[in-house]
Design a protein around this ligand. Structure first.
Ligand SMILES: [Zn+2]
Length: 260
């Protein structure tokens, strides 16, 4: 029965997000699947964590739109998330919710779930709020090197603080529901390390492209916002932004479970 309630709640949330242009059609189907498992198997506490991530990250993607204009093309996709992005951010959380069904007594699925969401939330907050940093970011692999705002692998003070805040808004209910306050710093820190790992991948092996028309580096492929075909310049071609997000969540989960 709970699965049915989960499905109905997931369908409503996905439909509203689709209508609000936070998800495209494929993203809405993917979110319905993720939501059905998380709400249906986990229950309301799991639902609150997933919704905290979903609502705050979609909200931040829309906020400060004017100040971010011109930067959005650096990011591979607009604020309308597709199925790849939904699974990149929520696929691992779905796995941990399913694991909870198999091991209902274990705290491990809850910690993995919360830490993976804390990491992807930290990453989204850092990306969305980091661009508001007054000075240009620095490359995570080369801290003396200043790069253009929005560059993958760039980090800043604002971005890092946003990342900590983004992780802690997930860690707070996670610790509260588990009635275990060690989880607050543990999951916050795990989320931060996951988002730093995301930046590290962005600076090293994530697939990067170049638009010959605008003479700019971009994550967009095969076509740039201007319609020109982009050319691969560095990184592993299969390692797109969705896989980097997945790795960010996985790193957060592993970090939390190791610290435990
Ligand atoms: Zn272009």
């Amino acid at each position: 029965m709970q699965i049915l309630y989960g499905f109905i709640l997931a369908l409503i949330v996905a439909y509203l997000a689709y209508r609000a242009h936070s998800l495209d059609k494929s993203g809405a189907f993917a979110a319905t699947f993720v939501g059905t498992i998380v709400f249906g198997v986990g229950g309301w506490q799991w639902a609150i964590l997933l919704l905290t991530f979903f609502i705050t990250s979609s909200g931040l993607s829309r906020a400060f739109k004017k100040r971010k204009q011109g930067l959005s093309e650096k990011f591979s996709k607009g604020h309308e998330r597709d199925a790849g992005q939904v699974f990149g951010n929520g696929g691992l959380a779905t796995f941990f919710a399913a694991l909870h069904a198999v091991y209902p007594e274990s705290i491990i699925p809850w910690i993995g779930f919360a830490a993976s969401l804390a990491a992807v939330n930290a990453d989204t907050w850092a990306t969305e709020l980091g661009v508001l940093n007054p000075t240009p970011p620095r490359m995570i692999t080369h801290l003396r090197k200043l790069v253009e705002k929005g560059t993958s692998g760039g980090i800043s003070l604002w971005g890092t603080l946003a990342s900590l805040l983004g992780a802690s808004v997930v860690a707070l209910p996670a610790a509260w529901f588990a009635n275990n306050w060690i989880l607050l710093p543990l999951i916050t820190f795990a989320g931060l390390t996951g988002s730093l790992f995301d930046s590290f991948l962005g600076a090293t092996v994530q697939a990067m492209y170049y638009c010959p028309t605008d003479k700019k580096e971009t994550e967009k492929h095969p076509l740039h916002t201007c319609g020109t075909e982009t050319v691969h310049i560095r990184g592993w071609e299969w390692l797109n932004n969705d896989w980097v997000n997945f790795a960010c969540g996985a790193f957060g989960a592993v970090a939390a479970l190791l610290m435990l």
